[in-house]
Design a protein. Structure first.
Length: 224
């Protein structure tokens, strides 16, 4: 699937497929170096992390194990309570293991901070996070991301695993959608279309500021 297959639904390509692959290879090399002496378990968070997990694991030289979790945030309308429900738990017992959580995006950070707390209570030898995309809101939560692909602005993105109402996950790039897709003239509130099941965990309400520029892998206008 590519831009031509979604036609006018696509507003803008933010991160082209080639740039995603380049960055994933860099992350894989970093993780390889950091875990050279370890037996590493990658834990992917379904469904959004499927693409990053598959590409990251294949770009790595170390033999890794892969496991999956599916979680959903309890929402009260438009606000996330930060209380998360496990839809699919890990198959593996992670006590004493080196675990790296692989996630598509960290926005408010509520989901990941809950997940980190939950997995930490199972006593892994180590527990770190690898996130493809980080929105500015994550800085306010105590979520320590060891490996970040790109810092992006606070706008709703799709592709490369990320969905809007379960669609657009199989686009090979990260992009934004045209307002008509959301059923109105307006783009959704930054961070997600409100009250959209499938857009995020129960349509979290998020603040509307733009990203602060982080050096390194912030997507600048030139790259969009
Ligand atoms: P958090 O708990 O606010 O960090 O929410 C993280 C989750 O919200 C991600 O795992 C995604 O499922 C969803 N999400 C947040 N922002 C976006 C986006 O821009 N596009 C698609 N899903 C998003
Ligand atoms: Mg996710």
């Amino acid at each position: 699937m590519d831009a031509s297959d979604v036609g006018a639904d696509l507003k803008e390509v933010l991160i082209p497929a080639s740039r995603l692959q380049e960055r994933v290879a860099e992350l894989a090399a970093e993780i390889d170096a950091d875990y050279a002496e370890c037996d590493l378990l990658l834990v992917g968070v379904l469904k959004g992390a499927v693409m990053i997990m598959a590409d990251l694991a294949r770009a790595m030289r170390l033999p890794v194990e892969m496991d999956w979790m599916a979680v959903s945030s309890y929402g009260s309308g438009t606000k996330s309570s930060g209380v998360v429900r496990i839809l699919k738990d890990l198959d593996a017992d992670i006590s004493g293991r080196h675990v790296l959580i692989v996630e598509d995006i960290v926005d408010s950070g509520l989901t990941l901070s809950w997940l980190v707390g939950n997995l930490r209570s199972r006593q892994p030898a180590s527990l770190r996070l690898c996130v493809l995309l980080r929105k500015p809101g994550a800085a306010r939560m105590d979520v320590d991301v060891a490996y970040t692909g790109f810092d992006i602005a606070n706008e709703f993105v799709v592709g490369y695993g990320l969905d809007y109402a379960e669609r657009y996950r199989n686009l090979p790039f990260i992009g934004t959608l045209a307002p008509h897709v959301y059923g109105g003239d307006q783009a959704p509130a930054p961070g997600g279309p409100p009250d959209q099941a499938g857009a995020g965990p129960e349509g979290l309400e998020r603040p509307g500021e733009r990203a602060g520029e982080h050096p390194g892998n912030t997507i600048s206008d030139g790259e969009r």
